[in-house]
Design a protein around this ligand. Structure first.
Ligand code: HEC
Length: 245
């Protein structure tokens, strides 16, 4: 029985594993779902959608640069494009902005929110900050030491002078900033001219840190000068009032 191969292949002892395997290799493999190759048309179609979609978005009709920048954002002019237009700000905003920059060192001790620490008095809710303006101005320029009572608590620390390199404009900025921040709500504006009065008074002193008793005896008053409405429009850098149009 040499030719029973065709009649009953399953029982054919001569059937070779090798020939079966070769037959299987010739079959088309079924790929598992999701791993089949993508048609070239699908790829080209997607590319067209991206190109057209991008064109519509950036053509300006749907995508507007203004939607993605802050309302008061002023873009720098290109070099040599002529003088830049600087928008005036209200005096209180312009002064406080300068003061905020100059108050980084204060926050190192008095805290980011003027809350103070166990041995450092707060600027928030302090009668020394919010009271007569000559006292905080003199503390900043001369520093202070010894006993002081702030918002009902006693301290006995040491604050070094912060006057080095501080201009009258910086000092006015810091005063306005600390008197209108951390919950403080002074409605009086300290002008550059007023701040200069404290710088002059500091020059007349022998020097050294102030004590709370010297502050109360000699400097328990407001800085003198022409008052300025905090809402006056000023140039944000020079702080000069700008004529309203
Ligand atoms: C090195 C830490 C330190 C720095 C920096 C510092 N202070 Fe002070 N400040 C103190 C201490 C301590 C006292 C309390 C001194 C005392 O007990 O006599 C004080 C007291 C004061 C007071 C009076 C008490 C109160 O809390 O209201 C004011 C106002 C004040 N500082 C404002 C400022 C401002 C504004 C700046 C930044 C320009 C500044 N300080 C920077 C440590 C500091």
């Amino acid at each position: 029985m040499s030719d029973n191969h065709s009649q009953n292949p399953d029982l054919d002892e001569n059937n070779s594993v090798l020939t079966d395997a070769a037959a299987a290799t010739r079959e088309n493999h079924m790929l598992s779902e999701g791993t089949e190759p993508i048609s070239l048309w699908v790829i080209l179609g997607s590319a067209m959608i991206v190109l057209i979609g991008g064109g519509v978005l950036f053509s300006g009709s749907l995508f507007d640069y203004k939607n993605f920048s802050k309302a008061d954002y002023v873009r720098d002019d290109a070099p040599n494009s002529g003088p830049k237009e600087i928008l005036p700000k209200t005096a209180i905003v312009a002064y406080s902005k300068i003061g905020e920059k100059k108050s980084v060192s204060c926050k190192g001790c008095h805290g980011n929110n003027g809350e103070g620490g166990s041995a450092i008095p707060p600027l928030a809710g302090s009668e020394w900050v919010n009271g007569p303006s000559m006292r905080p101005a003199m503390i900043i320029l001369n520093g202070m030491k010894g006993e002081i009572s702030v918002a009902g608590k006693s301290y006995n620390g040491n604050m070094p002078s912060q006057g080095a390199g501080l201009t009258a404009q910086d000092l006015a900025g810091v005063l306005n900033y600390i008197r209108t921040s951390f919950g403080n709500t002074s409605d009086k504006l300290i002008t550059v001219e007023m701040a200069q009065k404290a710088i002059d008074a500091t020059k007349e002193r022998a020097g050294g840190q102030l004590t709370s008793s010297e502050l109360n005896e000699k400097y328990n008053r407001d800085l003198e000068g022409e008052p300025l409405d905090p809402e006056t429009l000023v140039h944000p850098k020079t702080l000069e009032p700008v004529a309203a149009e």
